[in-house]
Design a protein around this ligand. Structure first.
Ligand code: EPU
Length: 420
């Protein structure tokens, strides 16, 4: 397994371009299943999760030419509507084929994802919504088996604003007969992006980005050509990296309007964040200020930025209270940051992060995607050589991170086979 070696202590300077959004590209790749034709995606990030989704589509009977930033999904050969265990355990978002398959082919067999490092992550809302649309659902031998003749529009009231749950149900409703409402829908920008694509395909989706989404289903949907929006979490990660290491950088292609909660917290922490043309200029010189953060669904502070922001708070002047409300076990980076000299106490869902004067390099282990990013950022700050192991987590969601950080002047290299 690869590792990333960072020699910390350098300020960052330069410019870097943000890639296409992973969490927008994944549902949109699955949306190609809703039509028979050949769809084209552009601005797709080069990531392991994209490869896994391409492999899944292939298994289902849709050949894919996966050459990010371009991906073409071809017309079906023979459809085999089963998402097997080995692909779903690699990537939970595989469950996003469930809605499209049952809507388009009337049947689907998708391995239940099970828990992951950051929480138990059930999919009960996906299943409850599909049942309300008229699908019959059974759990057999660890698989969700769904079947339906033609789905019918319905009012779907979610118990919590789940992102992939909303997306799965939007895709299913797009081929249902009649009108559906998703109440308490997720408002994340990736949901809005999926709505854009479904509208291009011929469904009538309105209200995406609010808590109630209306979908007028179509009998057939057309293939599409779409360029994926920039990745707000990748953008936010580089903003925090510059703020943590100090210096000044121009980040190009930042979806500023999707990052308001993060930008407000960065400014409160005394980081300069200024829109500059199509990008954002980020700078930090003096001591960071401690600010409290509570994660919540969009437009709140994103859980996917909690680990990275925690590194900033490790370097701030007082004690920051950071509460995680979206996932129950998303503090896996805390003990690793502790090994680098951070002073963090966790009590339930809250971490009390006391600022220290600096971090010290260490060998640390990545546990999930965003935790990995936080350890790399900590490595940029720490004096000496940090080795972050198990960076396959990082490769799932950050395109060429070592190159992009290198372009900002950081000393970051990939060590092939460098970890256990
Ligand atoms: N939940 C349920 N039942 C459900 C669905 C969700 O109880 O049927 C709970 C979850 O257990 C969790 C909360 O609801 O506590 C929110 O989970 P959500 O379903 O919104 O998360 P997700 O759709 O599985 C997506 C992103 C995650 C991101 C979360 C929250 C994708 C592919 N994944 O996951 O991204 O953290 O929304 O914003 O879009 C990442 O990129 O690192 C990542 C983990």
């Amino acid at each position: 397994m690869d590792a990333i070696r960072i020699v910390g202590g350098r300020r960052l300077a330069g410019r870097v371009r943000v890639s296409g959004a992973k969490n927008a590209a994944l549902p949109i790749l699955c949306a190609t299943l809703l039509s028979e034709g050949e769809s084209h995606l552009r601005n797709v990030p080069r990531l392991q999760d994209i490869e896994t989704t391409a492999a899944l589509l292939h298994t289902l009977g849709r050949p894919v030419d996966c050459k990010p930033p371009e991906v073409t999904v071809f017309a079906p050969t023979t459809i085999h509507p089963e998402a097997p265990y080995d692909l779903v355990t690699k990537m939970r978002a595989s469950v996003l084929v469930l809605g499209p398959l049952v809507a388009r082919y009337g049947r689907a067999r998708v391995s239940l994802p099970g828990g992951c490092q950051i929480g138990t992550r059930p999919i009960d809302q996906h299943l409850k919504g599909l049942e309300a649309l008229g699908a019959t659902i059974a759990i057999e031998h660890g698989y969700v088996v769904a079947s339906a003749k033609r789905l019918r529009g319905a009012e779907l009231v979610l118990d919590m604003a789940t992102v992939t749950g909303t997306e799965n149900l939007m895709m299913a409703a797009a081929l249902a007969q009649g009108r559906s409402h998703i109440v308490n829908a997720a408002r994340e920008p990736e949901v809005v992006e999926l709505a854009r694509v479904l509208n291009k395909m011929g469904a009538k989706v309105s209200g995406a980005g609010t808590g109630v989404i209306q979908i007028e289903g179509a009998a057939e949907l057309a293939p599409f050509d779409h360029a994926i929006v920039s990745d707000r979490i990748e953008a936010g990660t580089y903003m925090v990296a510059v703020a943590a290491a100090g210096g000044e950088a121009l980040l190009e292609g930042v979806p500023v309007e999707d990052l308001e909660a993060l930008i407000a917290k960065l400014r409160a922490a005394r980081v300069v964040v200024e829109p500059d043309g199509t990008g954002v200029r980020v700078a930090r010189d003096g001591r960071l200020h401690s600010v409290d953060v509570t994660t919540s669904p969009h437009p709140g502070f994103p859980t996917d930025m909690q680990a990275q922001f925690m590194v900033l708070m490790c370097l701030a002047d007082k004690t920051a209270r950071m509460s995680e409300t979206v996932f129950e076990n998303r503090f896996m980076h805390v003990p690793e940051l502790g090994r680098m000299g951070a002073d963090i106490e966790v009590s339930g869902h809250t971490a009390f992060v006391k600022g220290v004067s600096g971090l010290s390099a260490a060998n640390v282990m990545a546990t999930d995607l965003r935790a990995s990013a936080s350890l790399v950022i900590a490595g940029l700050v720490a004096e000496g050589e940090t080795l972050v192991s198990r960076v396959y987590h990082l490769d799932r969601g950050y395109e060429a991170m070592e190159e992009k950080l290198g372009a900002l002047g950081a000393n970051v290299v990939r060590v092939r086979g460098g970890s256990v």
